[in-house]
Design a protein. Structure first.
Ligand code: FE2
Length: 187
């Protein structure tokens, strides 16, 4: 039996994604200015909000090709509002996605763009099937630990950030008395 070398990808403590073809981008807290209710303090503006490391599907891609990535969402709050990703719809709403909690604790916020909004708890080992009709955002509710979440999605799904930038999610998550509290969005 020929044993093939595991290609391109590995998890290594502390669950950094390493291997061939890893791409990464970073969002600074100031890049999330439109996401938070409160003003971002100057002292936090240049700090990292989150990093996304991913491995694109091998080329040439085809209809069923999949990407894999990990989001590392760092712990901080803005006027009590927990750290979050921008969140997005898929450009093609008929493409679903898997999220898997790797480390840290938080929430996956899901919204259909209308009246249906709900969250799932994210923790090491949690598995989340995201129907492509829902916009999705990660929220880190731990004061110290990074929330790391793996994701697998079709290359044709695409990212629609513009709709969320324009509409925002309908709820926000604040730390009040050391507990997460959900508040309807006013801004
Ligand atoms: Fe997605």
């Amino acid at each position: 039996m020929k044993i093939r070398k595991t290609p391109s990808i590995s998890f290594q403590l502390p669950f950094d994604l390493s291997g061939d073809h890893v791409e990464a981008y970073v969002k600074k807290i100031s890049d999330l200015d439109a996401s938070y209710e409160g003003e971002i303090p100057d002292i936090l503006a240049d700090k990292m909000a989150y990093r996304v490391a991913s491995i694109p599907a091998p080329t040439p891609t085809y209809e069923g090709s999949l990407n894999f990535g990990i989001t590392y969402l760092y712990p901080y709050t803005i006027n009590g509002e927990y750290s979050m990703t921008r969140g997005h719809f898929h450009q093609n709403r008929s493409f679903d996605e898997y999220y898997v909690g790797i480390s840290g604790i938080g929430f996956l916020l899901l919204w259909d763009g209308q009246d249906e909004v709900f969250v799932e708890s994210v923790y090491p080992g949690s598995v989340h099937y995201i129907n492509g009709k829902y916009a999705h955002r990660l929220i880190n509710i731990d004061a110290k630990e990074t929330l790391a979440v793996g994701a697998c999605w079709n290359t044709l799904a695409g990212h629609d950030y513009e709709t969320i930038n324009r509409l925002g999610f309908p709820v926000r998550c604040f730390e009040i008395n050391q507990k997460p509290v959900w508040i309807n969005r006013t801004k």
